[in-house]
Design a protein around this ligand. Structure first.
Ligand code: AMP
Ligand code: GLY
Length: 442
């Protein structure tokens, strides 16, 4: 790790979820952080930074705030401001253009903002991914005809951003046809489903891989496994993510070598070759199909709740890393990773991912000892911390083994209460089985 000398600076972090609380927690540990602001933040970020009540996509207000507070570095947490072009907005303004930013421009963010764009990008660059065909809103009949020729399960994806809900997987042809009609004709996801991809089903185990690139070079952050379904044993509807673990046993060095060679390097090289300047995180959702990696999706940001686990294992000064990225100096920057095991369990509001109630008083936060509590959907009301979203808290436990990490996380979960709290009780359990069988084999 090289030593970088610069004056402590004022930093703005954009976003309000558990991911942002974890990023804020890591930024605050840096010697280079003077004042940290989070816009709009949550009750957790308020404990270690100053929340600024500005929406994540209100570029005008965010720009004025940066000038007023002499912000030198902006880290963009969620996808919406990236896809709407926050980087381009800052770059086009004389007074804002010299503020350093980590987060890609509008074109690069299309890797997440348009599944059609990212699919074409992968095909052009020979990056392994599921075969897919794109249909437009006047092509419902063609889309239905195409489905008839495929074997179930059917994978349908709205092209644009749909808050994690735009992917429907169905084993019934009738249901798949109805969904494609709803998406294309009835605009189930608004303009996001004006185009729909029908994709080959990949049968395997998922892995989240995180890359930070300055457009030339990149560093690889710790990998994580996300638990997307609401129910234990991966049942029920998809959510933003109900838990995460890191490290992931099947992400062996041999597998990760394939990921770097077949996916990460061609992705960074493809962006460069296509003149898409990209500065920020690339979160690659992968499927391990019998030992071979395939890209399920790209995201132009870190994952939530993967970030909570990843930040817990990342050693070193995070602001130095962000600065190296923003300035295009990632070459020769190495990361030090804690070999410890981490488990993050999301505590959600009862009813999530469908309708749920808000403003339930949260108790027991002060009783947590051996784990870290990251806030997601919380706010302060009358001096009390209350629920303010579907995913409310993310509890991260760390240990010398996965068993210990899980035990720390779940002990903390049992101490925290509010009316209707819900969590999955099996985060990391499948990985534990892989560990156990590997130990038996060795
Ligand atoms: P995405 O929003 O693209 O991450 O998709 C949401 C989830 O749907 C993924 O995390 C996978 O679990 C699943 N998924 C997406 N595409 C495929 C595919 N081609 N085959 C199997 N599962 C998929
Ligand atoms: N946990 C998945 C995501 O952040 O998209």
């Amino acid at each position: 790790m090289h030593t970088v000398i610069f004056e402590p600076m004022n930093i703005l972090l954009i976003g309000s979820g558990g991911r942002e609380h974890a990023l804020a927690w890591k930024i605050k540990q840096s010697l280079h952080c003077n004042n940290l602001f989070v816009a709009p933040g949550n009750a957790g970020t308020a404990q270690l930074a100053t929340n600024a009540p500005i929406a994540a996509d209100d570029f005008v207000q965010l720009g004025s705030f940066c000038l007023a507070q002499k912000i030198e570095l902006v880290l963009v947490g969620p996808e919406v401001p990236l896809v709407k072009g926050i980087r381009d907005y800052f770059a086009a303004d004389e007074k804002l253009k010299n503020i350093l930013m980590v987060g890609p421009g509008k074109t690069g963010a299309q890797l997440e903002g348009s599944k059609d764009f990212s699919k074409q990008f992968m095909l052009r660059n020979n990056i392994p991914t599921a075969k897919a065909k794109t249909f437009y809103s006047n092509q419902t009949a063609e889309a239905e005809g195409y489905l008839e020729k495929l074997e179930p399960p059917y994978v349908l994806k709205a092209d644009g951003l749909a808050a994690g809900k735009g992917v429907v997987i169905s084993s019934s042809l009738a249901e798949a046809k109805a969904t494609v009609r709803e998406m294309l004709e009835e605009k189930k996801f608004g303009d996001a489903s004006a185009k729909v991809l029908i994709e080959e089903f990949l049968d395997g185990i998922e892995l989240s891989v995180f890359v930070l690139t300055d457009g030339q070079d990149y560093v690889l952050l710790p990998e994580a496994k996300d638990y997307k379904r609401i129910g234990d044993e991966d049942t029920g509807p998809n959510t933003g993510g109900m838990g995460s673990v890191s490290p992931v046993p099947f992400a062996s060095s041999a597998f990760m070598k394939k990921v770097e060679e077949k996916i990460i390097r061609p992705t960074v090289a493809g962006l460069k070759q296509e003149n898409i300047s990209y500065n920020g995180f690339i979160f690659i959702g992968l499927m391990n199909v019998e030992g071979e990696p395939y890209v399920i999706e790209y995201n132009a940001r870190m994952g939530d709740p993967e970030t909570q686990s990843v930040m817990m294992r990342l050693k070193g000064d995070f602001v130095e890393l962000l600065m190296a990225c923003a300035k295009g100096e990632l070459k020769n920057h190495t990361l030090e990773i804690d070999p410890a095991y981490v488990t993050t369990v999301v505590m959600a509001a009862g009813g999530y991912p469908d309708a749920y109630e808000k403003e339930k008083v949260i108790s027991g936060l002060g009783d947590v000892t051996n784990a870290h509590v990251f806030h997601a959907g919380t706010k302060l009301k009358d001096g009390k911390i209350v629920t303010d979203g579907g995913r409310v808290l993310a509890i991260t436990g760390k240990g010398q083994s996965l068993v210990e990490a899980r035990s720390h996380a779940y002990q903390a979960v049992s101490k925290i209460n509010w009316e209707g709290k819900y969590f999955r009780s099996d985060i990391g359990k499948d990985v534990l089985k892989i560990h156990t069988s590997q130990n038996l084999e060795s």
